[in-house]
Design a protein around this ligand. Structure first.
Ligand code: SAH
Ligand code: SF4
Length: 349
């Protein structure tokens, strides 16, 4: 059997591993292996993106969701949450703030709020693209039809984030109610690719019932799908969900998976996520050092930030957008990286 370091070298050279090899890595990696992978991954990221870190401003415009994903604090079944919606003008105001602070990508994220019709989303996308023609718009608003995705794209949306959550169908069923299906999630991701979006998929590390086989399936799926963006964060329990008593995901495995993704897909845009910064105070810096190259600070109005609680103890809910921007800049400088004012597209685009 190959040693884990040999497998990391193989991944670096061949950009893929077998299912058994992935499984071995996740089951038996040591701290030393993880440091080894991070060094290689960082060298790969430096070769493609240098010391630049791209920032994306997230506008969390509605926490209303009819779905009941078992892990998520916004799930419809959570009655202990103050629901809100921003209107179009509020969203534009967040983007204006963001533009002033140097953001050139706006990410509109929400629950699958039926109040926002396809026409409304298209209108918002168009308004942002008209007022800020040098900016990219990313949508992260869940599962929609092909026609919806096409309409948003025609309106000017550049990118779409839809984590696949798990590439293992049996595992998917344990995280979602029967009304949701893994097939539909996969269909959405395919549709998004076919429409020419830069697409982001991704997983929570350490979600309940996740095994090393699930993680192996995730790596194989991502290797085949070739997402432009990969969102990875630890699962963190939310106290008003069925998973309230489940343990947190592993910080170490999240960093390791970031490195493995960077080695497999050198050009991928990989954020050091808010969940990573929540599980460890310097988690995002460590994420960048493990191979990430994107940070997604919050641009939502301060009054609503503590209402968009996907999980408990989410960071940055009390800070203003300008505070978040300054904080990220300092954090990146402290590790020798710099926040750049750029759309930060995928290098293949
Ligand atoms: N409704 C959209 C976008 C909002 S949720 C969607 O579902 O795609 C965005 C992401 O937050 C989800 O994809 C999920 O991976 C993550 N998330 C939700 N609950 C979480 C939790 N308890 N811990 C960590 N991440 C979580
Ligand atoms: Fe809704 Fe997204 Fe949360 Fe699922 S993960 S409940 S779709 S906001």
């Amino acid at each position: 059997m190959s040693s884990n370091k040999q497998l990391i070298d193989k991944l670096h050279d061949k950009k893929s591993l077998t299912r058994d090899e992935w499984k071995q890595l996740f089951e038996s990696y040591t701290e030393e292996d993880s440091i080894y992978a991070a060094e290689k991954a960082r060298a790969v990221a430096d070769a493609v993106y240098g010391k630049d870190v791209y920032i994306r401003g997230i506008v969390e415009f509605s926490n209303v969701c009819p779905n009941n994903c078992l892990y998520c604090g916004l799930r419809a079944g959570n009655k202990n949450i103050d629901r809100y919606r921003l209107d179009e003008d509020d969203i534009m105001e967040c983007c204006r703030d963001g533009y002033r602070y140097g953001f050139r990508t706006f990410v509109l994220q929400s629950g699958e709020d039926p109040h926002f019709t396809t026409e409304m989303i298209c209108r918002i996308v168009k308004r942002i693209k008209e007022e800020f023609p040098d900016c990219a718009v990313t949508l992260s608003i869940g599962e929609k039809t092909y026609e919806d995705y096409k309409a948003y794209r025609d309106a000017g949306a550049d990118r779409y984030l839809l984590r696949h959550e798990t590439a293992n169908e049996e595992h998917y069923k344990k995280l979602h109610p029967e009304s949701m299906s893994w097939q539909n999630r996969m269909r959405c991701l395919k549709d998004l690719k076919s429409l020419g979006y830069q697409v982001g998929c991704g997983v929570m590390i350490g979600s309940p019932y996740q095994t090393s086989e699930c993680l192996a399936d995730d790596m194989i799926y991502m290797g085949e799908f070739e997402p432009e963006m990969i969102g990875l964060g630890p699962f963190l329990p939310h106290s008003d969900t069925p998973f309230r008593d489940e343990p947190k995901g592993s910080y170490e495995t999240t960093l390791f998976m970031i490195s493995l993704c960077r080695l497999m897909l050198p050009m991928a845009l990989i954020p050091a996520t808010t969940a990573l910064g929540t599980i460890r105070p310097n988690g995002r810096e460590q994420g960048v050092l493990a191979g990430a190259n994107v940070i997604m600070p919050n641009l939502s109005p301060v009054q609503v930030r503590d209402k968009y609680m996907l999980y408990d103890n989410k960071i940055c809910t009390g800070d203003s957008s300008s505070e978040c921007r300054g904080c990220i800049e300092r954090r990146m400088e402290s590790i020798g990286y710099k926040v750049v004012i750029s759309r930060g597209d995928h290098k293949k685009i």
